[in-house]
Design a protein around this ligand. Sequence first.
Ligand code: HEM
Length: 149
Amino acid sequence: MTNEFEDAARVETVRIKGLSGERVGGNFFEQIGGSATFKKLTDKFYEGVATDDVLRPMYPEDDLAPAAERLRMFLEQYWGGPTTYQETRGHPRLRMRHSPFKINPLARERWLLHMRAAVDSLSLPPIHQAELWGYLDRAATAMLNSFED
Ligand code: HEM
């Protein structure tokens, strides 16, 4: 059975594997500090979104906290943490869930700009930072659905 987490893993090139393909160094979610780290990441990211003239209008709700929580739950699950995302939201189907929003190169750039600030705020060891950033950069590219201005 394939699911979106496996699809995402297929575009993963930085993830470090042992000779038999096993994850080296244990669970990434735990290695970088568990839920507290993911909460900090997504809160910081949405602080940036709140000020962004391209991204902010895309969010239907006045309160960005529920959106921050959905992103946090997704990322935690993706990196080997609790599976609360799947339990509460079902299958991620992220490209489909983003289809109502125009994600052009400018939107991707803004998304990554705020995510970069959020990742930097964690002060992770370089190897972990590179792994997290590599994934986010590729995932944001995968979400592009428009090349119009
Ligand atoms: C590339 C630019 C992107 C834009 C402009 C964008 C925008 C949005 C918007 C407007 C929403 C709806 C807000 C909500 O109600 O949750 C959303 C939801 C979400 N986004 Fe993105 N997004 C982008 C990339 C990504 C990436 C790369 C990921 C994952 C790594 C991601 C993960 C999510 C998740 C998990 C949700 C909530 C889905 C749900 O359960 O309903 N997004 N995004």
